[in-house]
Ligand binder design. Structure first.
Ligand code: PAF
Length: 280
């Protein structure tokens, strides 16, 4: 049975009834297969005897002025069905006033990485993300938190916060879930018209084209990926970057991450993939 709670007090009461390890999956709702895979990973980490908590909260702190906070899809009934189907134990879906009972005075400074990549286009975004993630970690008190690699920079920043602030939780990254044609699953895909959806496929195609050139080196990876994006007029590129797995400068050889962000119509999409540069 999946229990829905909307206050911290109800959550504490629900968790007090349960034994075993606790895993949390934090979401903003509009749940899809990508979230289902995070829930499955969470269950795998705590087992049937443990507790899987999903939070559903559209966090105003991480949206800039002019971003899609107001129109972000809010689909709690459908989200609960997804959680029930995934065998989630507790869903925390708090109101904004429950999470932020007063205007937030104290926030997390996410550090210099937060001004790059997504942060360069969305100033303040990661401060808002890390503030709510830390708060939800305090409210839930999980042993493990599962985040998707789809939001790769978010995952790296959450790991950094947990390490730097000694937050007692294990952070686990879960692979991106894709549509059969390669499009990374995202709650924002529902904004795309059929034509835009076709254009959006250029992002995953570009990443695949880049990975194919991995043995030849950094420049070939970027050139191949950029050629795919340049050939798609429906895609306005924000960035295409090759970094190391911690999002520092890309190495000559070895593990790296290829990241892309672009606007397709009014919708901003991101994707990324791991690349082994210079061969094995
Ligand atoms: O990835 C998301 O959906 C959000 O950034 C998160 C982690 C739930 C914080 O609001």
């Amino acid at each position: 049975m999946t229990l829905l709670v909307d206050t911290a007090a109800e959550l504490r009461a629900a968790l007090a009834q349960r034994a075993g390890r606790v895993a949390v999956v934090m979401t903003m709702g509009a749940l899809h297969d990508g979230h289902r895979s995070l829930m499955a990973a969470a269950r795998g980490l705590v087992g049937e005897a443990g507790t899987v908590v999903v939070t559903v909260f559209v966090n105003p702190l991480q949206f800039g002025p002019g971003e899609d906070f107001a129109r972000y899809p809010r689909t709690l009934d459908a989200d609960l069905e997804v959680c029930r189907g995934a065998g989630v134990d507790v869903v925390l879906a708090p109101a904004v006033e429950e999470v932020y009972p007063r205007p937030q005075q104290v926030t997390v400074d996410p550090g210099p990485l937060a001004a790059q990549l997504e942060g360069a286009v969305r100033p303040g975004h990661f401060g808002g993300v890390l503030t709510v993630v830390l708060k939800l970690l305090h409210l839930v008190g999980p042993d493990v938190a599962v985040f998707g690699e789809k939001d790769y920079q978010q995952l790296v920043l959450v790991r950094g916060m947990v390490a730097d602030l000694a937050v007692p939780v294990e952070v686990v990254g879960a692979p991106t879930v894709r549509e059969p044609d390669g499009l990374a699953r995202s709650s924002r895909n529902r904004y795309l018209s059929p034509g835009e959806r076709t254009s959006a496929l250029a992002l995953s195609r570009a990443l695949t084209a880049g990975v194919r050139m991995a043995a030849t080196g950094r420049e070939s990876v970027l050139t191949a990926a950029r050629a795919v994006l340049d050939a798609e007029p429906g895609v306005a590129l924000d960035y295409l970057e090759l970094r190391d797995p911690e999002l520092g400068p890309a190495p000559e050889r070895g593990p790296a991450r290829l990241l892309v962000a672009a606007r397709v119509g009014a919708t901003r999409l991101i994707d990324n993939v791991d690349v082994l540069l210079g061969g094995a």
